[in-house]
Design a protein around this ligand. Structure first.
Ligand SMILES: Nc1nc2c(ncn2[C@@H]2O[C@H](COP(=O)(O)OP(=O)(O)OP(=O)(O)O)[C@@H](O)[C@H]2O)c(=O)[nH]1
Length: 873
């Protein structure tokens, strides 16, 4: 079902956001703000409401123009009798076909048209279009009523009455002379021209867009100017005559004022002003004309900027914010919700500003079909640990990657190009599937074909299934390489059967998955595999345009001491050349040098070529796209991205962390350190509380905001977040959910098993001495489902619920959120085999070194210690 935002509807119906919201509310449809979303049904309701209203109004307007005297009352207050005072009635003429307001004018007591102006600004007219309608909310009334007043400050009692409704705000706000309310300094006359072409708004230069435009009537001449503009547009001598008359009138007023002022001293004038201040109703009316009623807000504003835009005193803004429960200082940024509340308080309508052009996005250029040329396929090798991915690739490349790798395990993603039967094929060697997924998450689909390596003697294993899921999710065709066929235990039929059970039916069984038996070790079946890869690639008809600026995907990157950032990029489209300007994420630069996978210097890299690129300012993340472009543009985009990143980081509220505690104390940001204590037993809670409260520091005081027994809960985090506190857990462990919430709330949660460690950390952090050399990294968790006693050890038959368990990790045994024991993994097994790791969603047998007290329902948490770089201030 289609969804609509309130502001979109407002635009569509030519209404203000508030109109739409109040109309919806009056029909029992709950909407909160202009950003709220409504469904089609609600839109249909609005269609009906506004269709009805407009039909009625069109009819009324028609009557007004034909029978002026009768129309006068119906246009202003249809239900009332003839109004006592003959005030000008505002009416709007609608276009019969579009139903949109075409012309707005005043009619005098006799129904004569006083002035006419073309529909210039959609919003003010909307208000004018229903003068008699009673606003649903008094605050809305202020905004709407102020509208006619500001336009026709000399318009008589009606305006004066409207002005009174806003008098409260004005009494608080000392009146200032406002030479012009437009920060751009553009005369109001422009408004009519601009708004008569609303489409142009989209084509505004960003610089113009960033200027907050205030639809403020503080410019006393503005209405006159507007009329002038409309007069000009209508053309004709009458318009010019009016213009001249208006001008003469204004000059006369000016002269009168000057004359009066000349006759009195400045002091006398100011005394006179202060005496009359707040008493004279006409004064209020004029002041009201200065009040801002509509403001286009930039996306981020400080209190000071709000005060300027709203034409209010900073103090008043701060006070009102305080009353709304928001504490903000003059230079503090205020979020959109708060600005909306404040605007409502002041009776100001917030206008939607055109979203600024991002400047950090690079538009996609589509290639014409005739520019596309065939390109080599990019193949990813995937599979379970030790099934022979590296060996297979190694055999294909006829080099020896395995020998060079630490511990024989693939450590990095590599990208290599080979040539077979005169055709090129690119191989990516992935260590797992995270990188593959991470790249896709960034929108970079790097792989054309996935080769799934399954050891013929081991069969389908957890990561085999994971690989299938990843390839399927990426809609990449899979070719299965049944490896280790040379082994006596090889059972390809069993592998095929297992794969068939997971949706991959072999071709020879009537399915469509190519399965090739190979032996990486004995170099058997490799040609067959390559032929099949080329066959699939032919079917895929892979093409790219080499004659354009290059786009590539960062496969991996590192900071080389001598060469700076070295980035492996797979070119996807276009040709990258030495000297090209490049940008990738927030890194930018110029291609200083390029090497192919053999380390040879190359001058250009065409589509599907993996290259090592030197010359970027920084190391981008794997999966980031790299674009070739003019170097200055690249720098500019990167700088904008950096600024955007900084802004987003700054916008995250700064919470207290132990690592940053000293800096915060030093900068005077922290006067008291709030702590939430959670421990396994009451004795520990008290011991910690007393110890913490005993820590003396001249600049900061420790405040234990909460202390309790038991596991760290969500409410503890919420409390810590609200109180800007640290959580100190003693012999307790937060579960995955709690950790996630803490991360979201940016609450620093520290757990200890030795009280002195906790006290020491706090003391040292306060003195800026905290030097944690290691940080714990949780690898995963498993739930004990069955306890199997053996003579030597207790095996915990477990199910990995999160992350992974590895055989070299440390283990923590947790019972009901309390840490019972910490120790090393003695053995990790799947079925009867020792394994290096077990991934989430799989069962395994875990035994803990020299420990037997394991119970069903216990949680085993695997973790390692990660070294932290120490910094010296
Ligand atoms: N007999 C036999 N052994 C093989 C074959 N292919 C690989 N191996 C062996 O299997 C072990 C694992 O091979 P790797 O190529 O490192 O496996 P991998 O899948 O890349 O492993 P990771 O990089 O750890 O994910 C090595 O000892 C290889 O010698 C094969 O075709 N036959």
């Amino acid at each position: 079902m289609q969804k609509f935002r309130v502001w979109e509807l407002a635009k569509q119906y030519n209404k203000t956001d508030k109109d739409i919201i109040s109309t919806l509310k009056s029909h029992n449809v709950e909407v909160k703000s202009h950003l709220s979303v409504v469904d089609e049904k609600t839109k249909q309701l609005l269609d009906r409401v506004y269709a009805d209203k407009q039909t009625t109004r069109s009819a009324e307007t028609k009557t007004t123009s034909t029978k002026p005297t009768a129309a006068k009352s119906s246009a202003t207050k249809p239900t009332e009798k003839q109004p006592r005072r003959r005030r000008p009635a505002r009416t709007v003429r609608f276009d019969q076909q579009s139903g949109k307001p075409q012309e707005e004018f005043l009619v005098d007591g006799k129904g004569r048209k006083l002035e006419t102006k073309p529909k210039a600004q959609p919003r003010p007219q909307k208000v004018a279009a229903k003068p008699a309608a009673k606003p649903a909310h008094p605050k809305q009334a202020t905004a709407k009523q102020a509208e006619p007043a500001k336009k026709h400050e000399n318009g008589g009692n009606a305006q004066q009455k409207h002005a009174e409704s806003d008098a409260n705000a004005l009494r608080r706000t000392p009146k200032k002379a406002q030479p012009t309310a437009r920060p751009t300094g553009k005369p109001m006359a422009d408004e009519g021209q601009r708004s008569s072409r609303p489409v142009e708004k989209r084509t505004h230069k960003p610089a113009q867009r960033t200027q907050p435009s205030i639809r403020n009537m503080a410019d006393h001449n503005a209405p006159a100017k507007q009329e002038e503009a409309s007069g000009n547009e209508r053309g004709g001598r009458k318009g010019n005559r009016n213009q001249r008359r208006n001008q003469r009138g204004r000059n006369q007023n000016k002269n009168d004022r000057r004359g009066k002022e000349r006759g009195t001293s400045l002091l006398a004038q100011s005394i006179k002003k202060s005496r009359t201040k707040g008493k004279n109703k006409n004064e209020h009316a004029r002041a009201n004309a200065e009040a801002v009623t509509e403001v286009a807000m930039p996306p981020s504003v400080t209190v000071k900027e709000i005060a300027e835009l709203f034409k209010k005193e900073v103090g008043d803004v701060i006070k009102r914010l305080m009353l709304l429960g928001i504490m903000a200082t003059i230079n503090q940024e205020v979020d959109r919700d708060a600005v909306e509340l404040l605007a409502e308080e002041y009776g100001i309508t917030l206008l939607e500003m055109e979203p600024e052009e991002d400047g950090t996005e690079i538009p996609e250029i589509e290639d014409a079909p005739e520019d596309l040329l065939p390109r080599p396929p990019v193949v990813t090798i995937m599979g379970h640990v030790d099934h022979g991915k590296t060996s297979l690739l190694d055999t294909i490349r006829k080099t020896h990657v395995t020998a060079r790798e630490a511990g024989g395990i693939t450590q990095h993603i590599g990208a290599y190009q080979i040539r077979y039967q005169g055709k090129k094929v690119v191989f990516l060697d992935t260590p797992g599937h995270e990188a593959f997924t991470a790249m896709r998450a960034r929108g970079a689909q790097v792989t054309d074909i996935a080769v799934l390596v399954v050891a013929a003697d081991d069969g389908v294993m957890p990561q085999t299934l994971e690989a299938i899921d990843h390839a399927k999710a990426a809609k990449v065709p899979i070719i299965v390489a049944i490896n280790k066929m040379d082994k006596p235990a090889a059972n390809p039929d069993l592998v095929k059967q297992q794969l068939a059970e997971h949706g991959l039916l072999p071709e020879d069984w009537g399915g469509d998955t190519i399965m090739v038996p190979v032996s990486a070790k004995k170099h058997q079946g490799i040609e067959d595999l390559l032929e099949n890869i080329l066959l699939v690639a032919d079917v895929l008809e892979l093409k790219a345009n080499p004659n354009r600026n290059a786009i590539g995907v960062v496969v991996e990157g590192e900071l080389d001491k001598g060469r700076g950032p070295v980035v492996t990029v797979l070119i996807q489209n276009g040709t990258l050349r030495t000297g090209d300007g490049i940008v990738s994420g927030t890194a930018f630069g110029r291609v200083r040098a390029m090497n192919n996978e053999r380390g040879d210097l190359i001058k250009k890299a065409e589509p599907s070529t993996p290259v090592e690129v030197l010359g970027l300012s920084d190391v981008p993340t794997a999966g980031e796209l790299l674009y070739a472009m003019d170097e200055r543009d690249a720098r500019s985009i990167a700088e904008k991205r950096i600024a955007k990143q900084k802004y987003e980081e700054q916008n995250r509220s700064q919470k207290v962390t132990l690592d940053d505690l000293f800096n915060q104390i030093k900068e005077g940001e922290l006067k008291s350190l709030n702590i939430v204590i959670k421990a396994d037993v009451q004795g520990s809670v008290e011991a910690l509380r007393q110890s913490f409260e005993g820590i003396k520091n001249p600049e900061v005081r420790i405040d234990v905001v909460h202390a309790g027994v038991g596991a760290i809960s969500e409410s503890d985090i919420m409390l810590a977040s609200a109180a800007n506190a640290l959580i100190i857990g003693f012999n307790v462990r937060p579960d995955a959910n709690i950790r996630k919430i803490a991360e979201q709330e940016q609450v620093d949660m520290r757990t200890y098993r030795v009280i002195y460690d906790a006290i020491d950390d706090i003391k040292q952090a306060m003195q800026g001495m905290l030097a944690p050399k290691f940080r714990e990294v949780v690898l995963g968790r498993a739930e004990v489902r069955q306890v199997i006693p053996t003579p030597k050890v207790i095996v915990a038959g477990s199910y990995v619920t999160e992350g992974k368990i590895t055989n070299n990790a440390e283990l923590r045994l947790i019972r009901d959120g309390i840490v019972i024991h910490e120790g090393n993994v003695a053995s990790l097994r799947r079925f009867k085999d020792d394994v290096k790791e077990v991934a989430e969603g799989y069962e395994c047998g875990i035994s803990i070194e020299s420990y037997r007290d394991v119970k069903e329902g216990d949680v085993l948490e695997a973790f390692t210690q990660e070294e932290i770089e120490q910094t010296i201030d």
